[in-house]
Design a protein around this ligand. Structure first.
Ligand code: NAP
Ligand code: ZN
Length: 348
């Protein structure tokens, strides 16, 4: 077994604290990565707080993992010791269903195996990247370029692919007006990709203080959603809204900002279901859609696109001992735009 140092929540009411555990031995098809950085996603907070469903505790969160390969199994073909590698939100899937065969493992008909807060296919709990090492089957390991800042690359494994994938699926680009709703970890990546794909990008935000920064990220326009006048000015104007908001909000309000045939794409995952009026959809043949992370092939494509186009996340590097404070600040929208844990600070 592989001895591992981690940070875990023992239950939904206690703060994360040091916790040592064991991972499986490196199998013939496995890669072991020494974790160097791990991003802090709002999904980590949702899950340790049981926002979505009762979690599996102790819980070691973290699904934006980058590091160096320290061991590979005998049958591993595509990875070598010493290379950089990444792991995102999934570590396994059935590999046989129609979705898996179509490179959509995230929609595996048996359910993909999540990197943490899940049971793997042998029934053991999975533990995430707030830890010093991880063992993952090769098919779910990503190649990471040496060209980019490694700490700032970590958030691409979730915030990056979760925004890249729907923008690619709906072919958002030149000639499209894209609104990014919520400027957090996912939102700021959506702005970067939207701009890189040639769309005209507007940020819809509750935080007036983010305007200057949004423009530095490349956004062409900024709308404060609490100001009715500013909202009125963008009524019926967007082809797509990418909704990254983590808390309950009035979707109907935003649907009124779509043009005819516009699509409101939900990637944010608030814990409560929201009321959706049907008439606002009928008037203008509008759609509401959802999208979950992205498949492994597309995640590699996104990482390669980022390496070619010099795209990384804007991050604040933290000591893991400050994780509770980081969660408090994330809840207040006080992060520009992703906390990333420096794994060297794991000194259990
Ligand atoms: P985040 O960094 O906390 O960003 C969320 C942003 O939403 C905030 O910065 C804020 O932006 C806005 N917001 C927060 N509360 C709001 C409220 N009450 N009303 C309106 N706007 C509000 O979170 P994240 O890591 O980007 O994650 C966002 C959501 O996506 C989470 O629910 C997460 O679980 C989910 N997620 C989904 C997937 C998927 O596969 N679909 C993958 C990863 C994450 P402003 O300050 O600009 O208003
Ligand atoms: Zn995430």
């Amino acid at each position: 077994m592989v001895k591992t140092k981690g940070y875990a929540a023992q239950d939904p009411n206690s703060d994360l604290a040091p916790w040592n555990f064991e991972r499986r031995e490196v199998g013939a098809h496995d890669v072991q990565i020494e974790i160097m950085y791990c991003g802090v996603c709002h999904s980590d907070l949702h899950q340790i707080k049981n926002d979505w469903f009762p979690g599996i505790f102790p819980m070691v969160p973290g699904h934006e993992i980058v590091g160096k390969i320290v061991k590979v199994g005998d049958h591993v073909k595509n990875f070598k010791v010493g290379e950089l590698a990444g792991v995102g939100c999934m570590v396994d899937s059935c590999q046989e269903c129609e979705n898996c065969k179509n490179d959509l493992e995230q929609y595996c008909s048996e359910g993909n195996t999540q990197t943490y807060n899940n049971l793997d296919r042998s029934g053991s709990p999975t533990y995430g990247g707030y830890s010093d090492t991880i063992v993952v089957r090769e098919e779910f390991v990503l190649h990471i370029s040496e060209k980019l800042d490694l700490a700032a690359t970590a958030p691409l494994l979730c915030a990056g692919i979760t925004t890249y994938s729907p923008l690619r699926h709906w072919k958002v680009g030149k000639g499209h007006k894209l609104a990014v709703l919520g400027l957090g970890g996912l939102g700021h990546m959506a702005v970067k990709f939207g701009v890189a794909f040639g769309a005209e990008v507007t940020v819809l935000s509750t935080s007036p203080s983010k305007e200057e920064n949004a423009r530095q990220l490349g956004a062409h326009h900024f709308v404060v959603t609490s100001d009715p006048e500013q909202l009125k000015a963008v009524k019926s104007s967007f082809d797509y809204i990418l909704d990254t908001v983590s808390a309950e909000h009035d979707m109907n309000l935003y649907i009124s900002l779509l043009k005819t045939d516009g699509v409101h794409i939900c990637v944010g995952a608030p814990s409560k279901s929201m009321q959706l009026g049907i008439f606002p959809l009928l008037g203008g043949r509008k759609s509401v859609a959802g999208s979950g992370i992205g498949g492994i092939k597309e995640t590699q494509e996104m990482l390669d696109f980022c390496a070619e186009n010099n795209i990384v996340s804007d991050i604040e590097l933290i000591d893991i001992k400050n994780i509770t404070n980081a969660y408090e600040r994330m809840l207040k929208g006080d992060v520009r735009y992703r906390f990333v844990i420096d794994s060297k600070t794991l000194t259990n």
